[in-house]
Design a protein around this ligand. Structure first.
Ligand SMILES: [Mg+2]
Length: 181
């Protein structure tokens, strides 16, 4: 049996939003990075929690899930973010680049139509800080028709917490398709 996909966002999840005063969590280490297409003299400052490296690696190598990046970092997730956290290599979704001014252009997360087609009938766990009510309804509908779907939505100011990983691990373990670990 194929383990469920784990779709993983970055902004608001691995890189929490800064506080109003611009500060970032003391748990997170700052890095200066150069995303694809960025001018070399114009790097971007990001912050990552080194403890996420070990926690995520344990999950990624558990066999319980099949990881895929689902982020506007796209390929840079695999070449910049993953390596900074020491994560094993895994694929990314080549999300479209819609001309939008809101992350919910149709009342739901802009990534969802692409994800929905890509997943087809595969069970999935999706971690993103930006789901709308319609996304939760979509997940409930998928689940109701026999495609287990779990949305995990961290608070973007705190990002991914160990409890989120505990929750999804418990969920994946209880799936009928789960392998004994
Ligand atoms: Mg996000």
């Amino acid at each position: 049996m194929t383990p469920p996909y784990l779709l993983l966002d970055i902004d608001g999840v691995l890189i929490p939003f800064p506080a109003a005063d611009g500060s970032t969590p003391p748990t997170h280490v700052r890095h200066s990075v150069l995303p694809t297409g960025r001018r070399p003299d114009d790097p971007v400052s990001i912050w990552l929690d080194p403890s996420h490296g070990g926690l995520l690696t344990d999950l990624l190598t558990s066999g319980l899930i099949t990881p895929v990046w689902c982020t506007s970092w796209r390929k840079d997730a695999t070449t910049i973010i993953g390596p900074l956290l020491g994560l094993p290599d895994f694929p990314y979704l080549d999300l479209p680049r819609p001309q939008i001014t809101t992350s919910h252009p149709h009342g739901y997360l802009w990534k969802r139509d692409h994800v929905d087609v890509w997943l087809a009938d595969a069970p999935a766990i999706w971690i993103d800080d930006d789901f709308a009510g319609l996304d939760h309804a979509w997940a409930a509908e998928r689940t109701a028709r026999g495609t287990p779907t779990l949305l995990v939505q961290p608070d973007p100011h705190f990002g991914l917490q160990p409890e989120h990983l505990t929750e999804l691990t418990t969920w994946a373990t209880q799936l009928p398709t789960a392998r004994a670990v």
